[in-house]
Design a binder for this molecule. Structure first.
Ligand code: AMP
Length: 221
Protein backbone atom coordinates (compact mmCIF):
# COMPACT_ATOMS: atom_id res chain seq x y z
CA UNK A 1 0.00 0.00 0.00
CA UNK A 2 1.13 3.60 -0.62
CA UNK A 3 2.72 5.32 2.35
CA UNK A 4 1.59 8.91 1.70
CA UNK A 5 -1.99 9.86 1.00
CA UNK A 6 -4.26 12.82 1.66
CA UNK A 7 -7.50 10.95 1.89
CA UNK A 8 -11.13 11.77 2.54
CA UNK A 9 -13.58 9.18 3.87
CA UNK A 10 -17.15 9.99 2.88
CA UNK A 11 -20.48 8.32 3.49
CA UNK A 12 -23.61 8.65 5.60
CA UNK A 13 -23.44 8.70 9.40
CA UNK A 14 -22.96 5.12 10.61
CA UNK A 15 -21.38 3.91 7.35
CA UNK A 16 -18.23 2.83 9.19
CA UNK A 17 -16.01 5.79 8.33
CA UNK A 18 -14.56 6.00 11.84
CA UNK A 19 -13.71 2.29 12.01
CA UNK A 20 -12.09 2.28 8.59
CA UNK A 21 -10.26 5.56 9.21
CA UNK A 22 -8.74 4.22 12.43
CA UNK A 23 -7.46 1.08 10.72
CA UNK A 24 -6.21 2.97 7.68
CA UNK A 25 -4.32 5.50 9.80
CA UNK A 26 -2.64 2.78 11.84
CA UNK A 27 -1.57 1.10 8.60
CA UNK A 28 -0.42 4.25 6.80
CA UNK A 29 0.98 5.88 9.98
CA UNK A 30 -0.80 9.15 9.32
CA UNK A 31 -3.13 11.13 11.59
CA UNK A 32 -6.87 10.60 11.54
CA UNK A 33 -8.73 13.89 11.58
CA UNK A 34 -12.33 13.43 12.65
CA UNK A 35 -14.20 16.73 12.89
CA UNK A 36 -16.98 14.99 14.86
CA UNK A 37 -14.45 13.79 17.47
CA UNK A 38 -12.78 17.21 17.72
CA UNK A 39 -16.20 18.79 18.21
CA UNK A 40 -17.20 16.26 20.88
CA UNK A 41 -13.92 17.00 22.73
CA UNK A 42 -14.74 20.71 22.61
CA UNK A 43 -18.24 20.04 23.97
CA UNK A 44 -16.75 17.91 26.79
CA UNK A 45 -14.20 20.61 27.63
CA UNK A 46 -16.88 23.35 27.46
CA UNK A 47 -14.85 25.49 25.05
CA UNK A 48 -16.33 28.44 23.14
CA UNK A 49 -16.42 26.27 20.01
CA UNK A 50 -18.09 23.46 21.98
CA UNK A 51 -20.83 25.82 23.14
CA UNK A 52 -21.37 27.12 19.61
CA UNK A 53 -21.51 23.58 18.16
CA UNK A 54 -23.52 21.62 20.71
CA UNK A 55 -27.02 22.77 19.75
CA UNK A 56 -26.43 21.93 16.08
CA UNK A 57 -24.97 18.52 16.94
CA UNK A 58 -27.77 17.57 19.33
CA UNK A 59 -30.30 18.51 16.67
CA UNK A 60 -28.57 16.36 14.05
CA UNK A 61 -27.72 19.45 11.99
CA UNK A 62 -24.37 20.51 10.57
CA UNK A 63 -22.23 22.95 12.52
CA UNK A 64 -21.86 26.18 10.47
CA UNK A 65 -19.16 26.08 7.78
CA UNK A 66 -17.05 28.96 9.09
CA UNK A 67 -16.55 27.25 12.47
CA UNK A 68 -15.74 23.88 10.93
CA UNK A 69 -13.42 25.24 8.25
CA UNK A 70 -11.38 27.22 10.79
CA UNK A 71 -11.17 24.20 13.10
CA UNK A 72 -10.19 21.78 10.32
CA UNK A 73 -7.61 24.14 8.82
CA UNK A 74 -5.98 24.70 12.19
CA UNK A 75 -5.61 20.92 12.49
CA UNK A 76 -4.36 20.47 8.92
CA UNK A 77 -1.71 23.17 9.42
CA UNK A 78 0.03 21.01 12.03
CA UNK A 79 3.24 19.36 10.77
CA UNK A 80 2.11 15.78 11.49
CA UNK A 81 -0.25 16.02 8.51
CA UNK A 82 2.53 16.74 6.02
CA UNK A 83 3.25 13.11 5.29
CA UNK A 84 -0.44 12.40 4.77
CA UNK A 85 -3.77 12.33 6.61
CA UNK A 86 -7.19 10.71 6.62
CA UNK A 87 -10.19 13.01 7.01
CA UNK A 88 -13.24 11.43 8.63
CA UNK A 89 -16.43 13.51 8.43
CA UNK A 90 -14.89 16.50 6.66
CA UNK A 91 -15.68 18.04 4.21
CA UNK A 92 -19.47 17.77 4.49
CA UNK A 93 -20.52 20.68 2.27
CA UNK A 94 -19.33 22.05 -1.05
CA UNK A 95 -18.06 25.19 0.72
CA UNK A 96 -15.95 23.03 3.02
CA UNK A 97 -14.61 21.00 0.06
CA UNK A 98 -13.66 24.17 -1.80
CA UNK A 99 -11.98 25.68 1.27
CA UNK A 100 -10.02 22.47 1.73
CA UNK A 101 -8.87 22.40 -1.90
CA UNK A 102 -7.87 26.09 -1.76
CA UNK A 103 -5.88 25.77 1.46
CA UNK A 104 -4.09 22.58 0.41
CA UNK A 105 -3.40 24.13 -3.01
CA UNK A 106 -1.77 27.20 -1.40
CA UNK A 107 0.53 24.81 0.44
CA UNK A 108 1.41 22.72 -2.62
CA UNK A 109 -0.74 19.82 -1.37
CA UNK A 110 -3.88 18.22 -2.79
CA UNK A 111 -6.52 15.61 -1.99
CA UNK A 112 -5.37 12.20 -3.30
CA UNK A 113 -8.80 10.60 -3.26
CA UNK A 114 -12.26 10.58 -1.70
CA UNK A 115 -13.51 7.14 -0.69
CA UNK A 116 -17.29 6.91 -0.55
CA UNK A 117 -18.56 4.15 1.77
CA UNK A 118 -22.04 3.36 0.45
CA UNK A 119 -24.78 2.02 2.76
CA UNK A 120 -28.57 2.32 2.40
CA UNK A 121 -30.60 4.46 4.82
CA UNK A 122 -32.49 1.41 6.18
CA UNK A 123 -29.23 -0.35 7.07
CA UNK A 124 -27.88 2.82 8.69
CA UNK A 125 -30.92 3.21 10.94
CA UNK A 126 -30.58 -0.40 12.08
CA UNK A 127 -26.83 -0.13 12.64
CA UNK A 128 -26.79 3.17 14.45
CA UNK A 129 -29.57 2.12 16.86
CA UNK A 130 -27.20 -0.60 18.15
CA UNK A 131 -24.04 1.53 18.22
CA UNK A 132 -22.41 2.13 21.61
CA UNK A 133 -19.25 4.11 22.19
CA UNK A 134 -16.75 4.19 25.04
CA UNK A 135 -17.29 7.35 27.07
CA UNK A 136 -13.54 7.44 27.71
CA UNK A 137 -11.68 6.52 24.48
CA UNK A 138 -14.41 6.68 21.84
CA UNK A 139 -14.00 3.00 20.72
CA UNK A 140 -17.18 2.04 18.89
CA UNK A 141 -19.15 -1.23 19.29
CA UNK A 142 -22.44 -2.69 18.04
CA UNK A 143 -24.66 -4.57 20.49
CA UNK A 144 -25.27 -7.41 17.99
CA UNK A 145 -22.53 -7.28 15.31
CA UNK A 146 -19.50 -6.19 17.32
CA UNK A 147 -20.31 -6.56 21.04
CA UNK A 148 -17.78 -5.81 23.81
CA UNK A 149 -16.47 -8.77 25.85
CA UNK A 150 -18.27 -7.53 28.99
CA UNK A 151 -21.72 -6.01 28.52
CA UNK A 152 -21.58 -2.21 28.44
CA UNK A 153 -17.84 -2.04 29.18
CA UNK A 154 -15.06 -1.04 26.79
CA UNK A 155 -12.58 -3.86 25.93
CA UNK A 156 -9.70 -1.35 25.97
CA UNK A 157 -10.19 0.56 29.22
CA UNK A 158 -13.27 -0.97 30.93
CA UNK A 159 -15.02 2.43 30.86
CA UNK A 160 -18.79 2.60 30.46
CA UNK A 161 -20.27 2.36 26.95
CA UNK A 162 -22.89 4.96 26.07
CA UNK A 163 -25.24 5.74 23.21
CA UNK A 164 -24.40 9.09 21.58
CA UNK A 165 -27.33 11.53 21.87
CA UNK A 166 -27.20 12.05 18.11
CA UNK A 167 -27.46 8.26 17.50
CA UNK A 168 -31.04 8.15 18.83
CA UNK A 169 -33.47 6.97 16.10
CA UNK A 170 -35.21 10.29 15.50
CA UNK A 171 -31.93 12.23 15.31
CA UNK A 172 -30.32 9.69 12.97
CA UNK A 173 -33.19 10.16 10.51
CA UNK A 174 -32.56 13.91 10.56
CA UNK A 175 -28.81 13.35 10.08
CA UNK A 176 -29.56 11.18 7.04
CA UNK A 177 -31.74 13.93 5.54
CA UNK A 178 -28.96 16.44 6.16
CA UNK A 179 -26.50 14.03 4.52
CA UNK A 180 -28.63 13.67 1.38
CA UNK A 181 -29.27 17.40 1.11
CA UNK A 182 -25.91 18.90 2.02
CA UNK A 183 -23.20 16.25 1.79
CA UNK A 184 -24.22 14.09 -1.17
CA UNK A 185 -23.46 16.96 -3.63
CA UNK A 186 -19.82 16.20 -2.81
CA UNK A 187 -20.21 12.90 -4.67
CA UNK A 188 -20.43 14.81 -7.95
CA UNK A 189 -17.88 17.39 -6.74
CA UNK A 190 -15.20 14.70 -6.32
CA UNK A 191 -16.54 12.62 -9.21
CA UNK A 192 -16.01 15.53 -11.63
CA UNK A 193 -12.44 15.85 -10.38
CA UNK A 194 -11.77 12.11 -10.88
CA UNK A 195 -11.11 11.71 -7.16
CA UNK A 196 -14.15 9.61 -6.17
CA UNK A 197 -13.81 5.91 -5.34
CA UNK A 198 -16.86 3.90 -4.28
CA UNK A 199 -16.77 1.14 -1.67
CA UNK A 200 -19.60 -1.23 -0.69
CA UNK A 201 -20.13 -0.44 2.99
CA UNK A 202 -22.65 -3.23 3.61
CA UNK A 203 -19.88 -5.86 3.80
CA UNK A 204 -17.96 -6.79 6.96
CA UNK A 205 -15.41 -4.24 8.23
CA UNK A 206 -12.52 -6.42 6.98
CA UNK A 207 -14.08 -6.79 3.52
CA UNK A 208 -14.67 -3.04 3.35
CA UNK A 209 -11.05 -2.49 4.34
CA UNK A 210 -9.84 -4.82 1.58
CA UNK A 211 -11.80 -2.80 -0.98
CA UNK A 212 -10.20 0.37 0.36
CA UNK A 213 -6.75 -1.17 -0.02
CA UNK A 214 -7.55 -2.05 -3.62
CA UNK A 215 -8.74 1.51 -4.37
CA UNK A 216 -5.63 2.98 -2.74
CA UNK A 217 -3.31 0.72 -4.69
CA UNK A 218 -4.88 2.08 -7.89
CA UNK A 219 -4.38 5.76 -6.99
CA UNK A 220 -1.86 7.58 -9.16
CA UNK A 221 1.36 8.08 -7.18
P1 AMP B 1 -19.73 12.63 13.16
O1 AMP B 1 -19.09 12.08 14.39
O2 AMP B 1 -18.77 12.80 12.01
O3 AMP B 1 -20.98 11.89 12.76
O4 AMP B 1 -20.20 14.13 13.54
C1 AMP B 1 -21.11 14.38 14.59
C2 AMP B 1 -21.74 15.75 14.39
O5 AMP B 1 -20.74 16.77 14.42
C3 AMP B 1 -22.48 15.95 13.08
O6 AMP B 1 -23.81 15.46 13.10
C4 AMP B 1 -22.43 17.48 12.95
O7 AMP B 1 -23.38 18.10 13.81
C5 AMP B 1 -21.05 17.79 13.49
N1 AMP B 1 -20.02 17.77 12.39
C6 AMP B 1 -18.97 16.91 12.27
N2 AMP B 1 -18.25 17.18 11.18
C7 AMP B 1 -18.87 18.23 10.57
C8 AMP B 1 -18.62 18.96 9.38
N3 AMP B 1 -17.59 18.66 8.57
N4 AMP B 1 -19.46 19.99 9.07
C9 AMP B 1 -20.49 20.32 9.88
N5 AMP B 1 -20.79 19.66 11.00
C10 AMP B 1 -19.99 18.62 11.36
Amino acid sequence: MRSTVNLILMGPPGAGKGTQATRLCAELKVPKISTGEILRENVRDSTKLGHAAQGHMDAGQLVPDHLIVEMAMERLDRPDTHSGFVLDGFPRTTIQAQSLADRLGEQGRAVSGALLIEVSDATIVERVAGRRVCAQCGHSYHVDYDPPRNPNRCDDDDALLIQRDDDKAEVIRRRLTVYHEQTSPLISYYGERNLLHRVDGTLSPSQVYRQIETRLAALPS
